[in-house]
Unconditional design. Sequence first.
Length: 185
Amino acid sequence: MKTYFKQYRPFFVFLIKFFSVYVGLTLLYQFYLNQFDNLILFQVDDFTQLVARQVQKTLLFFNYDSSLELHDNQASVKLFLNQVYVARVVEGCNALSVMILFTAFIVAFSGRWMHTALFVVAGCILIHVLNVLRIALLCLALLHYPEQEHLLHGVVFPLFIYGVVFGLWVIWVNKFSLHAEKNAK
């Protein structure tokens, strides 16, 4: 049994790091979310509201008439395009859970401390910016093709954001992680 642990030590270290970071950040995020009453008062957390405002500003920048309104009977922000209610921005739209998953993988497959920290910060900023663009594009697509909501919201746009995260992971493992450094030598 001891030989198996020795043989698969890098795998176990990866799992321990991944789950430690993932669970730790998820608990912190849940603690943050617990400050808002989304069941009775339908409060929307500040970061989700920030994302909704940034989506609105992105649409306004591209000369689309857009506005926001807090939903009356659910914890979400309604987004209107040309006075048409096209989408609601909920907590799951803010991509923080995607950033947590991204961060856990990068830390678990760590490289040098400074490279790891910089890649996590840069990756999370990129994920955030692309997520705002993703939601803005989704809103435009829903305005013109509302009958394609399931395909757009359920397949195309999640594939985009998770594809970017996967691409960042591949770059990290092949260029910056300790694994890449060992292979380069």
